[in-house]
Ligand binder design. Structure first.
Ligand code: APR
Length: 173
């Protein structure tokens, strides 16, 4: 498992600054932008991103779609739609895991070697941070076993609490 652990790292800061092959956007089903990290990515990528997103005709919860990164340092963006937290009885855990899995699959298909994830669903969508962090770490670790071409996954925390959660879960992996 050490080989897998060495391919995951925690980064606290603004995901739009990262020059990984792809950054993941915590989008909504319209893919037409919003607040939070979605808003930050669209603002940094510029208007061409919205044009490309219009042509994608939305995205289902738990699924993911690829666009170019435009003015971002990252050449690609993988847009995924996390579940809205409704108490845990609506398949939220499976849908959140599917966001990470689908995004990793797209990265592998595109032969990308590095990808950065925000803490999907833990903002506006209200997913409890601790449980979301556990799903992120375990799903990414599992996907890294399948996709040897992905050399680095950055779990990006906007706040200290999330960063510490990722760090401690990563150490326990
Ligand atoms: N860089 C990294 N992480 C960020 C950034 C940023 N620039 N901005 C916010 N975050 C963090 C938040 O602190 C949170 O931990 O990203 C995580 C996800 O929060 P949201 O962006 O609110 O996303 P989510 O909870 O998945 O809700 C998605 O919000 O913005 C709308 O259009 C979006 O409807 C969708 C919904």
């Amino acid at each position: 498992m050490n080989e897998i652990k060495n391919r995951i790292c925690v980064y606290q800061g603004n995901i739009v600054k990262l020059g990984t092959d792809a950054i993941v956007n915590a989008a909504n089903t319209s893919l037409l932008g919003g607040g939070g990290v979605d808003g930050a990515i669209h603002a940094a990528a510029g208007p061409e991103l919205l044009e490309e997103c219009r042509g994608l005709h939305g995205c289902r919860v738990g699924q993911a779609k690829l666009t170019k990164g435009y003015r971002l340092p990252a050449p690609y963006i993988i847009h995924t739609v996390g579940p809205i937290w409704q108490g845990g009885g609506q398949q939220e855990a499976e849908l959140l895991a599917s966001c990470y899995r689908s995004s990793m699959e797209i990265a592998a298909e595109k032969r990308l070697s590095s990808i950065a994830f925000p803490a999907i669903s833990t903002g506006v969508y209200g997913y409890p941070r601790q449980e979301a962090a556990r799903i992120a770490i375990h799903t990414v670790a599992e996907a890294l076993q399948q996709h040897s071409g992905i050399k680095k996954v950055y779990l990006v925390a906007w706040d200290k609490e999330t960063a510490l959660l990722y760090q401690s879960l990563l150490e326990q992996l």
